[in-house]
Design a protein around this ligand. Structure first.
Ligand code: TYD
Ligand code: MG
Length: 438
C-alpha cells in the first residue's frame, strides 16, 4: 500500500524516505523512536510578506503546516491569500494557487487588480484532490493555497463536494501531503452566518493552525484572528483594511480606530482590550433613552448581550442608577467584538455617562472588570495596557486598585509612563464613576 514520495533533494538527504498511507503517522517509519533520536523540526519559518499575518501565525509560516483560513463569503479570504501567494512567489519560491471556485482568468484579473506580477505564481483551476497532489509533486512549490476546501473532491468518495465527509477526507489528505512533502498548505473554508455543517468548525481539530478573517461587510476593517496554533500563541489578531487595491496592513490600529472619535458626545469611552499579546484601544458607545410603552429594550453590537445585562443590574443595584425603564444600546466602534471582562468598567461608564448626560474626559481611559458586588477586579497585563494608553496620548487612566496598593504603583511606575500621566486606582464601580463623571 505504501509508496515512497519524492521529496526535495536537500530534505531527502537529511531524512529517511518518507512514507504515506492511511496511517496517522505521516512521516518517518512506523518504528517507535526514543526521544533523543528524533531530529526536531527545524522551525524555520518563512515570512508571508505581511508582518500582521506573520504575527498571527506565530512568527511566519512553518514548513509542512496545514493552515485553515475561515471566514464568511466575500470577506476577503481569496484576496488575502492571493496577496500572500504573490509575496511568497516574489521572495521565497514558486507558489501553487488552486482555485475550485473561480476560473484562472478570474483569478488573473484579481491578481492584476492587486498588482501581482510574479512569474513564479502558478494558477490551477481544479477540484480533484489527485490533480492537486500531482501538481504539488511536480512543481515542489514553497506554498500551496487551496481555494476553497468546500470545492475539493476525493474521487473515491461518492458524496458531493462540500459535504462533511468530503471536506474532512480532503483536509486529512492535504494534511498528509503537507507533512510528507514539507510544503506549507493554506486551505480556505467558508462559514456562513447560519454555520454550515461542513464549515471550518468541523476541520479545526485537523489543521495545525486555524485563522479566521472577520469584519463586517460594510466596514473596511478586517481582523485576522488566530484561534488555534500548534506553532505559536493563539488569540493574536492582525488588522487589515480593504481598499480598492486589496488588503493593506493597519500597523497601529488603536490610532486609526480612535481617529474619528466624537469627544463631545456623552456615552463615549475608550477601553483597552488585549487582543493576543497586543493591547488595543477601542471606543465603546452607549445610548440610554426612556423606553416607550414600558417595554425596555437592550441592544448590543460587539459586546456580549448577557454581560451587558449583568452590568445594567450592577449599575441599578450597586450604583443606584435607575436604568430600569430605559432602552440601552451599546456599540463597539469599528465593527470589533470585545470579549474581555477588562472592558466592563468602560462599558458601565459609557452607560452611566449617557444616562446622566455627563462626559467622560476625552483624555481618560477606563480599565477594570466589574464584579457582582460592584467591586473592581484586577485585570491581566495592566502595565502593558496603561503604557499603550499613554503612548496614544491619553493622560489619565482609572484602574482597579484590587487590594494591591503599593505593588500596583510600583508595577505601573516600572511601565515607564510619562511624568504627566495619572493612574487613578479605584476599588469600586461607584467610586470610579464618581471620578470619571464628576
Ligand atoms: P474575496 O477575497 O473574493 O472574498 P472571499 O474569498 O472571502 O469570498 O473578496 C471579495 C470582496 O472584496 C469583494 O466584495 C470585493 C472586495 N475587494 C476589494 O474591495 N478590493 C480588492 O482589491 C479586491 C480584490 C476585492
Ligand atoms: Mg473566495
Amino acid at each position: 500500500m505504501e509508496e515512497v514520495v519524492e521529496v526535495p533533494q536537500s530534505l531527502a538527504q537529511q531524512r529517511r524516505p518518507i512514507l504515506t498511507g492511511n496511517s496517522d503517522i505521516a512521516q518517518g517509519t512506523h518504528i517507535p523512536l526514543i526521544l533523543p533520536e528524533i531530529n526536531p523540526l527545524a522551525h524555520q519559518r518563512i515570512s508571508v510578506g505581511y508582518p500582521e499575518m506573520d504575527r498571527v501565525l506565530g512568527g511566519g509560516l512553518v514548513a509542512g503546516s496545514l493552515t485553515l483560513v475561515g471566514g464568511e463569503p466575500g470577506i476577503g479570504k481569496s484576496t488575502l491569500l492571493l496577496q500572500v501567494s504573490g509575496a511568497i512567489a516574489e521572495n521565497s519560491g514558486p507558489v501553487l494557487y488552486v482555485s475550485g471556485e473561480e476560473s484562472i482568468e478570474q483569478v488573473k484579473m484579481r491578481a492584476e487588480r492587486l498588482d501581482i506580477t510574479s512569474e513564479r505564481l502558478y494558477l490551477l483551476a481544479a477540484i480533484e484532490l489527485d490533480v492537486i497532489a500531482e501538481a504539488l509533486k511536480r512543481l515542489k512549490p514553497s506554498l500551496v493555497v487551496v481555494d476553497s476546501i468546500q470545492t475539493v473532491l476525493a474521487s473515491h468518495l461518492t458524496s458531493a463536494p462540500g459535504s462533511i465527509s468530503q471536506v474532512r477526507e480532503c483536509t486529512l489528505q492535504l494534511m498528509q501531503l503537507a507533512k510528507s512533502t514539507h510544503t506549507p498548505i493554506f486551505i480556505i473554508g467558508h462559514v456562513t452566518k447560519e454555520g454550515t455543517v461542513a464549515g471550518p468548525k468541523a476541520l479545526e481539530h485537523i489543521a495545525d493552525a486555524v485563522l479566521y478573517l472577520e469584519g463586517e461587510r460594510y466596514h473596511t476593517y478586517r481582523l485576522l484572528r488566530g484561534v488555534k496554533n500548534r506553532f505559536g500563541a493563539t488569540h493574536e489578531v492582525g488588522v487589515f483594511e480593504m481598499h480598492g487595491e486589496g488588503l493593506l496592513e493597519v500597523a497601529n490600529p488603536s490610532a486609526v480606530f480612535l481617529a474619528d472619535r466624537a469627544t463631545e458626545a456623552t456615552g463615549s469611552v475608550v477601553v483597552v482590550s488585549m487582543e493576543g499579546t497586543r493591547p488595543l484601544l477601542v471606543e465603546v458607545q452607549a445610548l440610554v433613552t426612556p423606553s416607550n410603552f414600558g417595554n425596555a429594550r437592550c441592544n448590543t453590537n460587539g459586546i456580549e448581550y448577557n454581560r451587558l445585562l449583568m452590568l445594567l443590574a450592577v449599575l441599578t443595584k450597586r450604583v443606584g442608577l435607575a436604568v430600569g425603564n430605559h432602552d440601552v444600546y451599546a456599540n463597539v466602534v469599528g465593527g470589533f467584538t470585545l470579549e474581555e471582562p477588562a472592558i466592563d468598567l468602560g462599558v458601565a461608564a459609557a452607560i452611566a455617562s449617557s444616562y446622566r448626560e455627563k462626559h467622560i474626559p476625552a483624555d481618560m481611559v477606563l480599565i477594570g472588570e466589574v464584579g457582582l458586588s460592584g467591586e473592581l477586579r484586577a485585570v491581566s497585563r495592566l502595565p502593558l495596557r496603561v503604557r499603550e494608553a499613554a503612548k496614544l496620548g491619553f493622560k489619565r487612566c482609572i484602574v482597579p486598585s484590587a487590594g494591591k496598593g503599593a505593588q500596583l504603583r510600583a508595577e505601573l511606575e516600572h511601565a515607564g509612563l510619562p511624568a504627566d500621566f495619572k493612574v487613578i486606582p479605584s476599588s469600586t464601580l461607584a467610586v470610579a464613576l464618581e471620578i470619571a463623571l464628576h
